[in-house]
Structures are given as C-alpha cells and as structure tokens.
Design a protein. Structure first.
Lengths: 468, 450
C-alpha cells in the first residue's frame, strides 16, 4: 500500500484517530464469527471518523489510492462482515453514537450509525416509545450495523425486522458522494416517491455505501407483557401448537423454542430454574395494555393445553422475568454442555418454513451426532429461524474440523428444506458460497448493482460473493 | 472459587462484544484495543508467543483499569482482569520494570505496605508535613508545580492525617449498642473490622466510624491487632508471592478472632479478601481455610443491611448521590446495599448517578500511572455528577473517595459539592438524628412539666 495515504489520512483525522500499531490492527481482525476466530485478518490502517464530511473525504482518498475500505460498527457480526479480508482500511463507526433528534410528535428519531440499540431504547422510554427490532445483541450492537444487515430478533414475529423502521438514510456512496434516501427533506412516515434506495442499502452489508445518519420510525411502547412457558414431550407437538396459535388469531410478540439440550444447559447454569428436559420448550410472550395481555395469555394457555399439560404463565413483571430467564441465558448457557465448552457461532442462523421446522430440528441433531458434536438448538419458532449452537473444545483441532463440516451440512439442509442460510445475521464471508444456489441469476443483478455504484470495488470487497 | 481457570476463561471468549458498553476506557477512546475483547486477544497472543514482549503491548495492557465491569457484563464470565494480569506477569518476567518506578514500586510493595508499623511511621511523617506548616510553605512556594498534575491534585485532596496520639490501636472489642433491642450482648453477631493498611493510616477516622456504625447496628466489633495489608496492590502489580504471605497471615489472625463476619469498608480490600481462595487454588492445605475465610468477608453496607439493624439517620436537606466502587459492585457483587442505606436517610434526597457503572479512574494507582486516561474518565464522571445536582457524593472505597475529591477540585465544584465515605456520612447522620430526638424529648418533657 502507498505509504502516502497514511499521511493524508492523518491530515484528515488527526494522528489520534488513525491507528497503525501492530496491536491496534490485531484487534480489528475479528468479529464474533467462528470463522475469524480461526482465521483473523488484520487491516493495514484503522480510522475512527466523527462526521459525514470526514467519511466522504476518506472514501475519496481510498478511491484515489485504490485501497479497500471496510465499515465496522461494534464488531458483533457473526459473519466476518466487517473483517478486512482483502487488506486495507477499517473504518470504526462506533464513535458516531449521538442521538440527534427524538421527534416524538412525528414518531421518528434521527441518529448516527454508532448508536447502540439498547441506548436508543433507554432514551425513548421516557417518551413512551420504542424501536422494536431487538437482536440478542441489543445491549452492544450498533443500529448502523443492524440496518446494514437487516437484523431482527425475538419480537420479529410481531414487529418484523429492521427494514420496516427505516424511513431514510444519509449514505456516503462508494465514490465518496453523499446522498439522502427517502426524500432529502422529508419527515413523512410513508413515501413511494422514486426507487426505494433506503431499502437497497438495508442488508447491503456495507458493500454499497456507508450509512452516516438514520431516520427511523418508532412505535408506542406497550405498557405490559405476559409470558407463557410450556414444555412438550415431542417436537412435533410444539410445531402443531404454534400452528394452532396462529390459526386461532393470536399473534404473540415473541415465540421462542428451546430444545432438550438447551433446557439441560439452562438447568446446568441455573439449577433453580428446574425446567423439564423434554424435546421442546416454548416461551411465548404477549404484549399490550394490562387487559389485553391478560386476555391474550388466557387464550394462549387454552390453545396450548390441547397439546401439553405443562403450562406456566404470568403477567406480573417479576414472575415474567423468572419465566423469561430460561430464554435469556440460553445463548451463554450452551457452553456448559461440555467442560471447557466453547460455543461455535456457525450455521447459526438458518430459517425454514414453519411446516418443516420439527423435521429440520431432528435432522440437525442427526448431523451433529454424525460428527459426534454436542449441539443445542434454540430460535424464533414463530418465523422458522433456528440458532444452532454446536459446543466444542476450542483447542481440539479435530473437533474444529468436524464443526466446520457440520456447519456446511446445516446450511445445505436449510436450502433443501426450502429455507435460507441466513434469516437475520447476514452473509459476509461465512455464507458467500451459498449465494449462487440461493439466488441463481438474481445474483448477477446484485453484481451489476455493485459494479455500477462501486466501480473501483472499494467498499467491503470479498463479501457476499460479489466480484473481487 | 471461579469456575474456570484463567487460561480456560481466556479460551472461552467468543468475542460477542457484550463487554463493550461496560468498559470505561473504550467509552473514552473507542479503540477496540482499549476494550475487553481487544485486551483478551492481545494478552492471548502475547502469552502464546504470537507477538513479542515490547513497549507497545505493555502500554496497551497498562491502560486496563482492571475494574471488572466487563466480567460482570460477560455471559460466560471471562475473567478479563486476570487474563490481563497473566500477560503483565509475562511482561515483567521478560523485561522487569527498570528505573525509579520499578525500584520504588518494589520497595513500597515489599518493604512498606506489608508492615503496619512502618506505615504508621509514614503516617507520622505526613502528619508532620501537614501540621508543621511545611504543607503551607510547599503550597505557597508552588513546589508541587514541579510534579505531574495528578500528583498536585492528589496532594490537595489528601485527607487530614490524625496525630500519632490519636492513631493508637483500635479497641480489641467494642460491644453492640443495641443490647436492649437484641437481648443479652452475647447473642449479638461478632464482626471483625478489617482495617486495611493505607486506610488505617490516612482514613483513621473512617475506621473508627466503621466500628461505631457496626456497634450501633447491633454487632459486637472486634479489631484484631495483628492483621496486615490485604495484598490487593501486590496482586495487581505482579507481586503475587508477597500477596500469598499476607493472605496466610490474615487467615490465621482472623481464625483466632473467632467471628461471624470479617467486615471491610474499602471495596478494593474486600474484593481481594473475597478472592483469597483464588490464591490457594493449587494449595490443598490452605484452600479450605481460605474458603472459610472468604465466606465470612462482607462489605460494611452489606452486612449492616443483611444482618444488622441500622438505626434511623437524618440528613439536613442535602441531595446525595452514590459513586460505587468497582471492586465492591463487580467483584463482591454488592450493588444495592449502599443505596438502601442512603435511601433510608430522612431529610435527604437520594439521586441516582448516570453511568454510575463506570469506574471513576482511581483504580489503585492507575491515576498516577495513566494520568491522561484517568483524567478523561474523571472529567466524564464529574459531568455526570453535575447532572445530578447533588451536594454530596458518597463513596465506598478510599481510592474512589480521593479520586472524587480530586474530581471536585478539577471541576471547580469545591465549596458546593463534597465527597464522603458512606460510613462517615451514615454515622454523622445517625448522630444528627439522635440529637434531634433528644432535643425533641427534652421539649416534650418541658411541655409536660409546664
């Protein structure tokens, strides 16, 4: 790389915000993916911008010197998305974390991309509002990253994913030009004027532009919630129960499944939970006013009782917290299934049609058994999204190789089940090899869009099976 | 004892990032290397020999406050401070600290802190410095200007040292003052005061107030005279062997004291005492004794709220806020007890401090070694204090107390805001309540006689 670019970047950002130390570079070589645990990739430079102007100037410099540039939020991705696989500059956007405007009269907010989801919701609470998409990483992930990956979470079954809440974006294009999507001066909550460029950026994983400002829709915060926890001796019963719920006109705000290994893990971590270790545990949430919650909880339990006798429920905040705990800790608890266990994030985000969910769960366990790997599965059964959680010994080479093969098999299984390899985490480097199978000729259109917007292939190259 | 060894915990970090928002240094610079994930990776690479020992890696790891906020936030309990310490030990093995800091540091850790009598002598010297007029001369001449800014501020924030005559050993037994309510005094729980080394020299009156506070709250208080420094500063500065010696001595002394609780009024010391088990992980002879010791260790607020009966206290209309000690809230896990005490005070308004979870930047001697970062952290903290509009910042650890006093100086709040230790605040408020009740009773008596 041309050394002069470092001098130019230092002029732009000041020395403090241009990092070139070996140790600094090392700490930008990963995200939360298993792939980058095994094969980290260091950038040559890291920059920490504070304004759209700096970002635009930096992108122009990258074009001038033909150096790749990788936007990064909190680095909580499980896809390798923000990792500099082709070398070059990583841009850490986590410092651009100001909430610029809470426009409660117009039910929208304007924020910078580095705002953490939980911090936005804390600020919104006093206005009685909330930003619904809630990934498991809500406490640490940035909303810029959520938009770039179109993430969602537990409540997607009722509130949908991030996409639904994006009204407009300020974006630095791969050439350095700045655009505002969704109407440059608009504060409208709906607009069909022109191509929907905001939603072209949503889920583009930093390959088409750097999001520098976001105008987001927010909703009234439901004052109450209730939880129903139920256990099924057979997976199929859980699947039927979910179907029956929907057909009785009930739309829960969360509808979660934990398999036998998950309940076992949760019991290991918190013995006082004393969860029944059956094939499936469902945790169902209803939200709304106190009366709405009470009546929903009643209806849910009535439906569920047709399939199992083990049903617990509550609409008291403290008891709800107790019932919800199992789901809350499961991600971390799976590591307990094995002494010194390491939870692998890989094959962790498949999504299949609801009708094929029990079958898919059984097949994943067959795959795990064939590689002799301990594996737990939990996920959002309300939308068919499963988080598989293999647990291995981080220092056992053979087990690592087996885990890699298992991840591949799970992804293939998802496609075979008429599903997708990723529902809310993204493609990055870890799922790029399935892009062609999943999209066919549509991938060619994606490539064409990329070439048009990013002629020098500057932004986040080497991801999503786009040309390098 | 911790479930995972330090090495195991180093390998269980999945880099989910749950620690990011908890880390005070990351919140200042935003550099990944100033956050827990980055530190675990750097430490691991150093320990595995992937990167060499050099100044760069040393400087990076030295920036960690070791506050443990990240451990509290971690879903799988990755012991980041222990991992950083393990790496620092490797650094000091390969390139021992040279120059004045190294020599002076070693002398302080090995020859001063472990010996209560030597510390008391230092206390005499400091007292002479303050009382002989030398302090005034130094301040007038501006001699302190020759020293780094943080030392200047620390000199100004230094508490008044009590004269040697008032620093004789604490009484071996102070009986509970609540005999009337709790039956005969032999049924009162026995609490031993852990007096600390620097604590007892510089904050002597806080120790005295702790005895008073515990006795008023229904404990028989014993103060074993043979106790020594807890060893926290040693463990944090790679002097583990000295720490082990100190721990053994304390375990012996407090076994003989035959008490129900060992009570600390300094979060930093209490956390160290609670971690004695870790020191003897591989020592089957001492491990059971250490475990028994650890189970008795309590913070003064914790033991008073859980096991005592705290008398009514009264303020004088002030607004109070609480800056937690990191070791108290994250290592000892005591989060609510101090707030409970403060909320119980009549005629005072308790206000929650925004971002109270962040360390104040004191962190042992961090504020001397990492001046810039410590000051940035402190300034941010004082900005939050200003938001509360409190007149009193209550702390639960001497280091935090000094740091808050420095913060008040830096932010120009002197005169409008004061920093106090929770025990000093509570004892004063209890006595105030007592006096006003006595006055009320007298008034009633007078009324009756009229």
């Amino acid at each position: 790389m041309d050394g002069r670019i470092i001098v130019r970047l230092e002029q732009l950002f000041g020395k403090e915000r241009v990092l070139t130390n070996q140790t600094d570079l090392m700490t930008y070589s990963y995200d939360a993916s298993f792939a980058t645990q095994l094969e980290p990739k260091e950038p040559e430079i890291v920059v920490i911008p504070q304004s759209t102007e700096e970002i635009s100037a930096c992108v122009k410099l990258a074009n001038e010197y033909k150096v790749p540039l990788y936007p990064r939020g909190a680095g909580t991705a499980q896809t390798g998305g923000p990792v500099p696989v082709m070398g070059g500059i990583v841009m850490d956007l986590s410092r651009m974390n100001r909430i610029l405007e809470i426009d409660h009269k117009n039910m929208q907010v304007v924020i910078e991309p580095g705002v953490v989801q939980a911090n936005l919701n804390n600020a919104l609470k006093e206005y009685g509002l909330f930003f619904p998409p809630d990934p498991g990483s809500a406490k640490m992930c940035t909303i810029g990253g959520m938009v770039a990956n179109n993430s969602s979470g537990l409540r997607a079954v009722k509130y949908g994913n991030t996409r639904f809440y994006v009204l407009g974006l300020e974006v630095v294009l791969p050439t350095g030009d700045v655009i505002i999507t969704g109407g440059s001066k608009s504060k409208a909550l709906k607009s069909v004027s022109g191509y929907d460029l905001a939603h072209l950026m949503v889920g583009s994983e930093g390959t088409l532009g750097i999001i520098t400002k976001l105008r987001l829709k927010v909703l009234p915060l439901p004052p109450g919630r209730g939880i129903v926890l139920c256990s099924f001796s057979k997976l199929e019963q859980a699947g039927e129960a979910v179907n029956a719920l929907f057909r009785s006109g009930i739309l829960p705000s969360a509808l979660e499944i934990m398999d036998q290994q998950c309940t076992k893990a949760a019991n290991l971590m918190r013995p006082q939970l004393a969860l029944p270790e059956n094939e499936a545990l469902l945790v169902i949430e209803a939200d709304g006013s106190k009366e709405e919650v009470a009546s929903q909880v009643k209806r849910i339990t009535e439906v569920i009782r047709q399939f199992t006798d083990y049903v617990k429920f509550s609409d008291e905040p403290e008891e709800c917290q107790q019932l919800w705990q199992a789901r809350q800790i499961v991600g971390a608890a799976t590591g307990r299934l094995k002494p010194g266990g390491f939870r692998v994030y890989g094959g962790e985000d498949i999504c299949v049609p609801l009708s094929r969910l029990p079958e898919t769960l059984r097949k994943i366990h067959e795959i795990a058994r064939s590689y002799n790997i301990v594996c737990a599965i939990y996920g959002h059964i309300g939308d068919g999204n499963l988080h598989t959680s293999p647990v291995i010994n981080r220092r056992d080479k053979e087990e690592i190789e087996n885990a890699k093969k298992m991840i591949e098999d799970i992804h293939r299984l998802a496609i075979e089940m008429e599903g997708t390899t990723t529902a809310e985490h993204g493609v990055g480097i870890v799922r790029a090899q399935y892009m062609e199978i999943e999209h066919g000729t549509a991938l060619e259109v994606m490539k064409a869009i990329k070439r048009t917007l990013d002629p020098n292939n500057i932004l986040n190259p080497g991801k999503m099976a786009l040309p390098v | 004892m911790k479930q995972l060894t330090t090495v195991e915990s180093m390998y269980s970090c999945v880099r989910c990032g749950a620690c990011r928002e908890a880390c005070p240094t990351l919140s200042i610079t935003g550099r990944e290397a100033d956050g827990p994930r980055g530190r675990v990776l750097m430490a691991r690479n150093l320990i595995e020999g992937v990167i060499p020992v050099n100044d760069e890696i040393k400087e990076q790891l030295d920036r960690c406050l070791l506050c443990s906020a990240c451990v509290d936030a971690c879903p799988v309990d990755v012991a980041v401070p222990d991992i950083v310490m393990m790496a620092k030990e490797k650094i000091s093995e390969v390139s021992p600290q040279k120059g004045v800091t190294g020599t002076v540091g070693k002398w302080i850790f090995r020859k001063l802190l472990p010996f209560p009598r030597r510390l008391q002598k230092l206390g005499h010297l400091l007292w002479i410095y303050q009382k002989s007029g030398l302090q005034n001369v130094v301040r007038k001449l501006g001699v302190m200007k020759l020293f780094p800014e943080s030392l200047q501020q620390m000199e100004r924030a230094m508490p008044e040292i009590l004269p040697p005559s008032r620093r004789s050993p604490h009484p071996p037994l102070t009986p509970s003052e609540r005999k009337d309510q709790n039956g005969p005094s032999h049924s009162a729980p026995r609490a031993a005061l852990f007096q600390g080394c620097i604590m007892d020299m510089m904050f002597r009156s806080t120790n005295e107030n702790t005895i008073r506070f515990l006795a008023k709250s229904g404990f028989d208080v014993v103060t074993p005279g043979q106790q020594v420094c807890c060893g926290a500063l040693h463990t944090h500065n790679g002097e583990k062997q000295t720490a082990v010696q100190l721990a053994k001595k304390n375990i012996e002394v407090f076994e003989q004291a035959n008490v129900d609780y060992i009570v600390s009024n300094a979060g930093g010391c209490g956390a160290m005492l609670r971690e004695y088990e870790e020191l003897f992980r591989d020592d089957p002879e001492w491990l059971p004794r250490a475990r028994k010791f650890c189970q008795k260790v309590k913070d003064v607020s914790e033991v008073a709220v859980q096991k005592g009966t705290v008398p009514q206290a009264a303020g004088q209309g002030e607004r109070i806020t609480y800056q937690p000690s990191c070791h108290l809230q994250y290592v000892m896990g005591v989060k609510d007890a101090p707030k409970k005490l403060l909320r119980s005070v009549a005629d005072a308004q308790y206000v929650e401090l925004p971002e109270a979870g962040y360390c104040c930047g004191s962190a042992g001697i961090y504020n001397l070694l990492q001046e810039q970062m410590a000051n940035d952290i402190l300034d941010k903290k004082m900005g939050n204090v200003a938001k509360t509009r409190a007149n009193v910042i209550v702390t639960a650890n001497p280091g935090c107390l000094l740091q808050m006093k420095m913060g008040i100086e830096r932010a120009g709040m002197k005169g409008s805001v004061e920093a106090v230790h929770i025990v000093d605040y509570m004892v004063e408020a209890m006595e105030r309540n007592n006096q006003s009740q006595t006055a009320e009773n007298q008034e009633k008596l007078q009324m009756q006689s009229v």
